[in-house]
Design a protein around this ligand. Structure first.
Ligand SMILES: Cc1cc2nc3c(=O)[nH]c(=O)nc-3n(C[C@H](O)[C@H](O)[C@H](O)COP(=O)(O)OP(=O)(O)OC[C@H]3O[C@@H](n4cnc5c(N)ncnc54)[C@H](O)[C@@H]3O)c2cc1C
Length: 552
């Protein structure tokens, strides 16, 4: 039997939840179709650090950060590098999104109970010109409660709508095709998958036990990106970033499979900017994996020394936390798909954060006491210490000779020369006591410590790497970690999808990562961070409101 509703939302991640709840708030009936079990509601956002991009917030002002819409737009344009005809709608989405982040976004979230950790993070610091990539000021606002804290208000609203009979959850329902009549999208059909008891985020079975068909005037595709499908990542890998890595770790669960993107294309939707993506270079293998090939991204503070596989220090401005894609391009240009951090216990303690809700139990559980220990503790946070002792990519030794020997053993090669690495570390160490240093990374350390947030919890007091008082020495092998899809379905400012002929496909909307976070790629080539969750919030809201009007 075919079920009907006013709108169908495909995907129960953040973007889908936002779109669905905007529709039900307007009194519309919605079917939310999700291939995973109920336990995975919230998709990737649940696992996220919950960092959101806000501009000129009270949190920034309290920390002495002067931000403005104009500065943020300057930074966005410098990072996006829009340079294609297809960037017409993405750029308009970017304009609307930056205005949202500088305007209504914080109050809208706050009214739903969302709260922010008071120290604002400084991601993607750039390091070249004022008109090039990077955040001129700290703007990464971590959700109090991390990813689950951001999902919570939308899940609550969705469950309230379900209790009122406005929203029907259809878990373990996988969409296999869109129903299209005379170019108009009228519904979805697919397979009912067998029930699953796997824990949240784990891979579930794809065994089919039935089929279904749902019809509605509006279908909103909120199915996420391609980061869990390494074949698709390699297929779409841009030449400008070198050859695709042979080895990658997965920063996303297996359900980020990209399958629905092909299905929506087959129904007439147009994908643009498929070669734009956002993968990290500081991935470490999770010693306690949840999904296949599970990698965790280190959110690095600015002090670690960064070496390529042959032991050459990465050039200016490629220091930790400055320019993700610049680093990726450089590393792939070395002919190897990994690189190394070398640091001290003092640095790991203050500067290593791991991206992911489960890696930050203090923030995720909203414990002020546990979170305050970040500033006062003798050791690094417990999850970081656990990686240090159990992580396959971590090496800890008391002296450099032993460290380099162990790094070679880990890599299974003799690419690293102790003398070469030592000479570069000693040269950098000579610059530490020198206030007029010419080492740009050390200049960056002094700059970072002028920001109280960094001084408190993100940047170690400058010290010599080879000073035993700050030991032991630590090396971390850094892998490429797949994460975000920056391209996606081209849409107008109502999130309505364009077809290949340039006309809107009636009835079809796309949001979140499936729509390149808005319009088909509002980030252009690069992100300022915190803009992915933000793009899901914004595009979900836009689509939900527009579809509610359209379905009458
Ligand atoms: C560990 C981690 C940390 C992160 N940290 C941050 C951060 O701090 N700040 C930030 O801005 N971003 C962050 N991100 C990125 C951000 O979380 C994601 O980009 C965003 O949540 C994507 O949301 P989405 O709703 O578009 O897609 P998803 O969350 O991927 O949800 C899509 C849903 O659609 C379902 N689906 C797919 N195909 C079908 C189908 N055919 N039928 C039915 N259902 C289907 C999937 O099962 C899934 O549940 C992080 C991501 C991760 C994994």
């Amino acid at each position: 039997m075919t079920e009907t509703a006013d709108a169908i939302v495909v995907g129960g991640g953040l973007a889908g939840l936002v779109a669905a709840t905007e529709l039900t708030d307007a009194g519309k009936r919605v079917i939310l179709v999700e291939q995973e079990g109920e336990q995975s509601l919230g998709g990737q956002a649940f696992w996220s650090f919950g960092g959101v991009f806000l501009v000129d917030s009270p949190e920034q002002r309290r920390l002495g950060i002067r931000d403005s819409h104009d500065l943020a737009w300057q930074d966005w344009l410098g990072s996006a590098g829009f340079d294609r005809d297809e960037d017409h709608w993405p750029k308009r989405w970017a304009q609307a999104y930056v205005a949202f982040a500088a305007g209504e976004k914080r109050d809208w979230l706050r009214a739903m109970g969302h709260r922010i950790f008071p120290i604002v993070g400084w991601a993607e610091r750039g390091g070249r010109g004022a008109m090039e990539h990077g955040n001129s000021v700290p703007r990464f606002h971590v959700t109090w409660g991390t990813g689950p804290g951001l999902v919570e208000p939308f899940e609550r609203r969705a469950r309230e709508a379900a209790a009122k009979g406005l929203l029907s959850f259809r878990f373990r329902h996988r969409v296999d095709s869109l129903i299209v009549t005379n170019r108009v999208v009228e519904g979805v059909s697919g397979s009912v998958l067998e029930p699953t008891s796997v824990a949240r985020g784990q891979s579930s079975s794809r065994n089919e036990i039935g089929d279904f068909e749902f019809r509605a005037q509006a279908v909103i595709v909120a199915s996420g990106g391609i980061g869990g499908n390494h074949d698709l990542v390699r297929q779409n890998w841009p030449r400008r970033l070198g050859t695709p890595p042979k080895r990658m770790v997965s920063g996303v669960p297996a359900h980020v499979d990209g399958r629905m993107i092909g299905i929506t294309e087959a129904a007439g939707g147009r994908i643009i900017n498929h070669d734009r993506m956002w993968h990290y270079v500081e991935g470490v293998q999770n010693w306690d994996p949840i999904w296949p090939g599970h990698g965790i991204r280190i959110l690095p503070g600015p002090s670690s020394l960064w070496f390529d596989a042959r032991g050459n220090r990465l050039p200016a401005h490629l220091y930790p936390g400055t320019d993700t894609l610049g680093q990726l391009q450089h590393i792939m240009g070395t002919g190897f798909d990994y690189s190394w951090f070398v640091l001290t216990q003092s640095i790991v303690k203050k500067e290593f954060a791991l991206s992911g809700s489960e890696q930050n139990p203090d923030l995720t559980s909203k414990s002020w006491l546990a979170t305050a220990r970040r500033a006062t503790n003798k050791g690094a946070p417990a999850p970081v210490e656990a990686f240090k002792s159990k992580g396959a990519d971590f090496v800890v030794r008391d002296n450099l000779a032993d460290l380099v020997a162990a790094m070679n053993t880990l890599a299974g090669s003799d690419l690293l020369s102790h003398d070469h690495v030592k000479a570069q570390i000693e040269a950098r160490d000579r610059e530490i006591a020198n206030p007029f240093t010419k080492d740009v990374q050390v200049i960056g350390l002094h700059n970072a410590r002028r920001y109280i947030g960094d001084r408190l919890i993100r940047t170690a007091k400058p010290h010599r790497i080879l000073d035993p008082a700050h030991g032991p020495l630590i090396a971390v092998r850094l892998n490429i970690l797949t994460r975000k899809t920056l391209g996606g379905f081209e849409t107008d400012l109502d999130a309505r999808v364009f077809g290949n002929g340039g006309a809107i496909v009636p009835g079809l909307y796309a949001v979140g990562e499936a729509a390149g976070f808005g319009g088909g790629g509002m980030h252009g080539y690069r992100s300022l961070e915190g803009t992915f969750l933000g793009g899901c919030l914004f595009s979900g809201r836009v689509a939900g409101r527009a579809a509610a009007k359209a379905v009458g």
